[in-house]
Write a protein that binds this ligand. Structure first.
Ligand code: GAP
Length: 515
């Protein structure tokens, strides 16, 4: 299936099955803002629980907080967001459509990468098992030429972004003949910087003084609380502070569904370390975070590292974990070595000492920070796009049938177990099924469903990723046994009712993820 079709199917599946809706849809929606429906909010909560468990509860030296969205406006001056949290924007003169200048250039680079991949796919087909990709990449003329072209553009873009050279970005767009996707026109305005922070006004203070920002990252709530948390939790360096919460960015281009939103949620952890040890911890967290993604079922070949070409104003090293979304490899998570930038800035602007007293060296100093930062919504999209599959399976008569199945890791599935009476018009079956449901719902998020033929009910559960279906039939009335069907293998087993909770509990456990 073409990648474009796959993405469209994913978006419509999310809507049809109550995972994600456009915000304020009755008013034709609000661009780049989305609401999570009944299954979506369950899945989102489970993703957050997986992160919190593995980052906070599995580490004695990491504690969690929940800071407010509103912060003192000086926070954002200190962090550099007021002056430097900008994206370069450009408008097309014919369509009046607004773009991010760097994204236009990146999309152009994606096309060059697609050409390289096409050559490789063609050669793979031609040479079969004898194909050596490394050898081909280092000898094929067209591949070499495109790789060199790609690198030259990447270097030029990185330099222009670091130097904030808006004129150079425009020159590149014109030089590469980049056209507006709506009008096809190559007539562009100049490139301008655009600050991404939303602002609002504090009720009782007029003017600049009452200007508040909606936080564009959760990290600052951690930095300003560093000493409060360190002292009250009696932590010694190295230790981390984690939190999950909403962040807001007035993105210029917000497309690709929940990939780039204006209101989104982040899961961030700031790990405070002794100066000059930050690179060791940077490597440590790189490895840990990649393992976290693989444990939940993201295939290794869909994950890759991407070193930042131009570093943010606060970082001395930064890398992204990219995931292969249906629209290509894109950033899923960032791991940044933020130096002592933020704490030092808050120290200077607040006039308060924000330092750690090291009981071993008997010195006071500003710790360095390594951060891991991932968007909940982006993780949701990565998980959904990997899990949604179309399969051919035998139907009741043994013929080939297509099923849509959401192969989520069972521990994060929105519904863990569906309880289904074989038919709904036999009160004794319904009563028995209800009893089983009432028992299981205490331990798991379960669903009771008696509508439609059993095959259709199985398909409905497959489409929302339910790992277990329990069917109560006429034999159940005689021998207290039921059929338990497993989503991925489609295996059906006859078990005693009292065994069901144990089987489900074992099947959906998160424990193996932390082994
Ligand atoms: N505190 C560091 C920080 O905020 P970032 O790379 O700007 O770094 C971290 O953002 C993560 O937040 C990204 O890797 C992505 O998963 C998520 N994210 C950022 N902007 C987003 C947006 N507009 N919509 C959805 N997720 C976003």
């Amino acid at each position: 299936m073409a990648q474009d079709d796959k993405f469209k199917k994913l978006v419509s599946h999310c809507k049809e099955y109550g995972f994600i809706f456009q915000s304020s849809e009755v008013y034709d929606g609000l661009a780049a803002v989305y609401d999570y429906g009944p299954y979506g909010s369950e899945l989102k909560n489970n993703i957050k629980q997986y992160w919190w468990k593995s980052m906070v509860q599995m580490h004695e030296n990491i504690v969690g907080i929940d800071a407010a969205i509103f912060m003192h406006p000086k926070t954002w001056k200190a962090s550099g967001h007021v002056d430097a949290f900008n994206d370069p924007m450009i408008d097309n003169k014919q369509s009046n459509k607004r773009y991010r200048a760097d994204v236009l250039i990146e999309n152009y680079m994606d096309k060059i990468e697609a050409k390289i991949n096409k050559e490789i796919t063609k050669a793979k087909k031609r040479f079969g098992d004898a194909f050596d990709e490394k050898e081909f990449r280092s000898t094929n003329g067209r591949v070499l030429e495109n790789v060199a072209k790609h690198k030259a553009i990447a270097d030029r873009l990185a330099k222009a972004m670091t130097d904030e050279n808006m004129a150079e970005l425009k020159t590149m767009i014109e030089e590469f003949g980049i056209a507006c996707e709506v009008s096809g026109s190559k007539e562009w305005t100049d490139v301008r910087q655009f600050n991404l922070m939303f602002n609002t006004q504090l009720g009782n203070i007029a003017g600049e003084e009452g200007k508040l920002y909606l936080r564009p990252e959760t990290a600052q709530g951690i930095f300003v609380n560093f000493l409060n948390v360190q002292k009250t939790s009696r932590q010694k360096l190295p230790f981390g502070i984690a939190q999950i919460g909403k962040a807001f960015r007035n993105e210029i281009v917000a497309r690709q569904f929940i990939f780039r939103m204006r209101e989104f949620e982040q899961m961030e952890m700031q790990f405070f370390v002794q100066p000059n040890t930050e690179m060791k911890w940077y490597e440590y967290w790189k490895e840990k975070r990649m393992a976290w993604h693989e444990a939940i079922g993201s295939p290794a070949e869909k994950l890759r590292w991407h070193d930042h070409d131009n570093l943010a104003h606060y970082a001395n090293a930064a890398v992204d974990i990219q995931f292969e979304f249906p629209f290509g490899f894109k950033e899923l998570e960032g791991i940044h070595s933020r130096t002592d930038f933020d704490l030092t800035q808050h120290q200077e602007l607040s006039g308060r000492k924000i330092q750690y007293f090291d009981p071993e060296t008997k010195e006071n100093y500003v710790p360095f920070v390594v951060e891991t930062s991932i968007g909940v919504d982006r993780m949701f999209l990565a998980i959904m796009s990997n899990a949604l599959q179309e399969e051919t399976v035998p139907d009741a008569d043994g013929k080939d049938a297509t099923r849509i199945v959401l192969k989520l890791h069972p521990s994060i599935a929105p519904v863990k177990c569906a309880v289904l009476p074989l038919v709904k018009n036999k009160p004794e079956l319904v009563e028995k099924a209800r009893k089983v449901f009432d028992r299981l719902k205490i331990d798991f998020n379960c669903q009771y469903d008696e509508k439609d033929a059993i095959g259709r009910r199985y398909r409905r559960q497959d489409a929302i990723g339910t790992p277990f279906c329990v069917t109560i039939d006429f034999d159940s009335l005689e021998d207290d046994s039921v059929t338990i069907r497993e989503r991925d293998t489609l295996q059906q087993k006859r078990v005693k009712i009292e065994e069901v909770a144990g089987i489900v509990s074992q099947g959906i456990s998160m424990s193996e993820l932390f082994a």
